[in-house]
Design a binder for this molecule. Structure first.
Ligand code: NAI
Ligand code: BUO
Length: 261
C-alpha cells in the first residue's frame, strides 16, 4: 500500500483568538498550510509565529469577511502564495447581547453582515478558487448551539446562527455534484473572549455577576465542564480531513451534550 501526502491549504477566518486560533493551530499540526484571516494583522502574526515555531506554514491576510471583495482577495492571495486551496473555515463571528426590546437596525445590520453575509461571501470565494483550480474542496461554517436552540438575550446572534445552518444545507446540495462538501460545527459554551463578554453583559443586565451570566448558558452541559477552544478544533479537524468525505450538509454539535437529537 502506498501513501501520498501532499500539503493541503486551509483558510481560517477569525483566526487571531479563541476558536479560530485553536483551529488554525490544529490544522497546521495536521499538516495543512494555513491562511489566517481577521480584520487586523497584529494578533494573526502571533498565531503565525506559533505555527512556524512548531514547524508549520502560515500566511497572514487581513480582511473583513463582511466585505465581499476583501475575502475574495484574501483567497486569491492564498492561492497565489501556496499554489492551492482546499478547505475554507468560515469561523469569524460577532455576538452582541441583544435583549429583545433593545434591538436596533444597526444591531441587525452588524451581526447579519458579519455572520450571515460573511459566511456566504466566504463560501463564494472558496468555491471560485475550487473552480479555478479544477478540484473540489471542503467548506466548514461556524454555527452554534444557539443556532440549534433559541438562547435568551441573543435574538440577533442566535437567529444568524440558525441562518448559517440553513445556508450550510442549501449549499451542500448545490455543490455536492462537484464533490465539494459543506458542513457546520456548533460549539457549546467555549472559554473565549466572545463568551466571557456575553456572560458579563447578561450578568450585568440582570444585576448579577459574570459567573451568573456564564451559568445562564452553561447549566445544561451534560459533561459538566465548559468547552476549551481545542474541543471544537478537534471536531473541525475531522470535518477538514478525509475521514469526513461522505458527510455533507450536517451540523456537528460540539457542546458537551447540551442537546441530544
Ligand atoms: N465562544 C463560544 O462559546 C461560541 C462561539 N461560537 C462561534 O465560534 C466562532 C468563533 O468564536 P470565538 O472564538 O468565541 O469568538 P471571538 O470573538 O473570541 O473571536 C472571533 C474572531 O473573529 C474575528 N472577526 C470578527 N468579525 C470579523 C470580520 N468582520 N472579519 C474578519 N474577522 C472578524 C475577531 O476579530 C476575532 O478574532 C464564532 O462564529 C462564534 O459565533 C459558537 C458557539 C459558541
Ligand atoms: C456565543 C454562543 O454561540 C453561545 C452562547 O452559544
Amino acid at each position: 500500500m502506498e501513501f501520498f501526502m501532499t500539503k493541503k491549504v486551509a483558510m481560517v477566518t477569525g483566526a487571531g483568538q479563541g476558536i479560530g486560533e485553536a483551529i488554525a493551530l490544529r490544522l497546521a499540526k495536521d499538516g495543512f498550510a494555513v491562511a489566517l484571516v481577521a480584520r487586523r494583522a497584529n494578533k494573526l502574526e502571533d498565531v503565525k509565529q506559533k505555527i512556524e515555531q512548531a514547524g508549520g506554514e502560515a500566511l497572514v491576510v487581513a480582511a473583513d469577511v463582511a466585505k465581499r471583495e476583501e475575502i475574495f482577495a484574501a483567497v486569491e492571495k492564498t492561492v497565489e502564495h501556496f499554489g492551492d486551496f482546499n478547505v475554507m473555515i468560515n469561523n469569524a463571528g460577532v455576538a452582541p447581547t441583544t435583549p429583545i426590546d433593545t434591538i436596533t437596525e444597526d444591531d441587525i445590520d452588524y451581526v447579519y453582515s458579519v455572520n450571515v453575509a460573511g459566511t456566504i461571501f466566504g463560501i463564494q470565494a472558496a468555491h471560485a478558487a475550487f473552480k479555478q483550480l479544477g478540484h473540489p474542496g471542503k467548506i466548514i461554517n461556524a454555527t452554534s448551539q444557539a443556532g440549534v436552540v433559541g438562547n435568551p438575550n441573543l435574538t440577533v446572534y442566535s437567529s444568524s446562527k440558525f441562518a448559517i445552518r440553513g445556508i450550510t444545507q442549501v449549499v451542500a446540495r448545490e455543490l455536492a455534484e462537484e464533490g465539494t462538501t459543506v458542513n457546520a460545527f456548533a460549539p457549546g459554551i467555549v472559554k473565549t473572549p466572545m463568551m466571557y463578554d456575553i456572560a458579563h453583559k447578561v450578568g450585568q443586565n440582570a444585576g448579577k455577576d459574570d459567573e451568573w451570566g456564564m451559568q445562564t448558558f452553561a447549566k445544561d452541559i451534560a459533561l459538566k465542564r465548559l468547552s476549551e477552544p481545542e474541543d471544537v478544533a478537534n471536531a473541525v479537524a475531522f470535518l477538514a480531513g478525509p475521514d469526513s468525505d461522505y458527510i455533507t450538509g450536517q451540523t456537528l454539535e460540539v457542546d458537551g451534550g447540551m442537546q441530544f437529537h
